[in-house]
Ligand binder design. Structure first.
Ligand code: KIV
Ligand code: ZN
Length: 515
């Protein structure tokens, strides 16, 4: 029997954007929507068109420009909402209108001030009106989990008759527990006439930290659409996190064998990063799947285990979500083995004496700092244990840049034999300097990472640049310090190149000696 597909409905641009403090411009929404299409999201809830001209325009542009997913617009049951969504979605390849009204006693009495029969009538009318714009109509009884079951069944039965094709069951306030939510989905599946012809959807909020667990309980009990957001953004404590739902279904195929998703998992990390950057919501380091530490190992026992056999401490491969590999964070608990392994992967070949000296220094640093980064290790080894021979010395650097000018740089680099010079332009002053250095040296090492931080405070702060370069599959880290950040950046690049040339030269000598 082939697995049934769970439709992944992403509401980052609607419920996610309702996160307090998150607001996206129209062009940012469009950028995220294009990335969601690459991720192969099935349905994108692009916005709530009637709520503002910007929401309308974002939904309209996404509908017009983003191909692949169904593009959905949210509406209350008001006719003007539905007409506005119909208009915004007019150019979509595939469109959906999602209309909602609350069905719980609390909401009907205090918020809507409507009697249940009025709510029922309004729900049916809204679905019928939405059907005049698109065949694909979703209905949500808001606060479903705190609604009376008998009334919920009545409303859902009526909206199916009116033409709804997806029934969404929101846990609007994140109140229920996984068992309860699963049982509610089962109850509706067993008791709403005609429900087998429509898709049942989950929409779970995270107020008690249950959003993902509740969504999965819904799937286990027959839901075939999950509404979720990237990084779990959303009202208050957020919605179910897309990456967690998808990776749980994927990783626990033994449990969810009857279902699968169509998500392009290798785009998960990139999408998470994009949403984090554009919303300004930093992903917590220990966030499942996409957090900085999700594939990081620190304790000696764990690092040793993973190096011997990855599955000892990893249930998923980092590559599956688009990462290049696991991250071994060094700290006090990493042990000698983890430390030596990291030194080697950074391109340092140390003698036994050097290892001993470096390891003792590392322990001192690890006592002061919780996490020891690759950059710190490079600094320990180069500054304290072994200064690398400088094949290339940056003797002169001149950079010219400013508003409306093309950044240009000229450099002079001295080697034992000669003075090499070059000039170049770039996207910015650092890029121009790097281009000139490459030109002068005649090497093109790939820059993997560049970072800059202030070492000291105040206007005269020392800036430290760290550059990580890659050559022939090996990584070399260079460091440069100066009160001038462009100079620090150039020094760091030359330092990384010197380390590379030094390591490669040594290897050549060793090979010759072996022959
Ligand atoms: O949480 C909720 O109930 C909603 C509805 C609009 C579906 O976001
Ligand atoms: Zn919601």
């Amino acid at each position: 029997m082939s697995a049934e597909k769970v439709v992944i409905f992403d509401t980052t641009l609607r419920d996610g954007e309702q996160s307090p403090g998150a607001s996206l411009s129209i062009s940012e929404k469009l950028e995220i929507a294009h990335q969601l299409a690459k991720l192969k999201i099935d349905v994108i809830e692009a916005g709530f068109p009637v709520s503002s001209p910007a929401q309308f325009e974002a939904t309209r542009l996404i509908a017009e420009q983003v191909a692949g997913p169904v593009i959905c617009g949210l509406t209350r049951t008001h006719p003007e909402d539905i007409k506005s969504a119909g208009k915004a979605l007019k150019d979509a390849q595939k469109s959906r209108i999602h209309t909602f009204i609350a069905t719980s006693e609390i909401h009907m009495k205090h918020k809507l001030r409507k009697k249940p029969d009025e709510v029922l009538r309004t729900a049916v009318e809204s679905v019928k009106l939405a059907k005049t714009f698109t065949d694909d109509v979703e209905f949500s009884p808001e606060d479903a989990c705190r609604s009376e079951k008998a009334f919920l069944v009545e409303v859902l039965t009526a909206v199916i008759e009116a033409g709804a094709t997806t029934l969404n069951i929101p846990d609007t306030v994140g109140y229920v527990l996984p068992y309860e939510y699963g049982m509610l989905i089962k109850y509706l599946k067993d008791n709403v006439p005609g429900i087998d012809k429509v898709v049942i959807s989950t929409h779970c909020h995270n107020d008690l930290g249950m959003a993902v667990a509740n969504s999965l309980a819904g799937v286990r009990n027959g839901a075939r659409q999950v509404e979720c957001t990237i990084n779990g953004l959303g009202e208050r404590a957020g919605n179910a996190a897309m990456e967690e739902v998808v990776m749980a279904i994927h990783t626990r195929g033994d449990f969810f064998g009857e279902v699968t998703t169509g998500i392009e998992k290798s785009e998960i990390y990139r999408t998470s990063q994009l949403v984090s950057q554009l919303t300004g919501f930093v992903v917590q380091p220990n966030k499942a799947i996409v957090g900085r530490n999700a594939f990081a190992h620190e304790s000696g026992v764990h690092v040793d285990g993973v190096l011997k056999e990855r599955t000892t401490y990893e249930i998923m491969k980092p590559e599956t979500i688009g990462l290049s590999g696991s991250r071994m964070v060094l700290g006090r608990h990493s042990g000698r083995h983890g430390f030596i392994d990291r030194c080697e992967s950074l391109g340092f070949k140390l003698s036994d004496n050097e290892i001993e000296a470096a390891y003792q220094k590392f322990l001192d640093v690890a006592d002061k700092k919780k996490e020891v980064f690759d950059e710190d290790i490079a600094a320990i080894i180069s500054d304290e244990v072994r200064a690398v021979e400088h094949f290339y010395n940056l003797e002169y650097l001149h950079v010219s840049c400013g508003t409306g000018t093309l950044p240009t740089a000229s450099v002079k680099i001295r080697t034992k034999e000669e003075l090499k010079q070059a000039a170049a332009w770039g996207d910015g002053p650092v890029d121009a300097a790097y281009e000139a250095i490459r030109e002068a040296i005649g090497l093109e090492p790939k820059i993997e990472n560049y970072s800059l931080r202030a070492l000291t405070g105040g206007k005269e702060a020392l800036g430290e640049a760290i550059v990580r370069i890659k050559n022939n599959g090996r990584t070399f880290v260079g460091r440069g310090v100066s009160t001038d950040i462009i100079e620090a950046s150039a020094k760091a690049y030359v330092d990384a190149i010197n380390r590379m040339v030094s390591a490669e030269g040594k290897e050549e000598e060793e090979t010759k000696a072996e022959l």
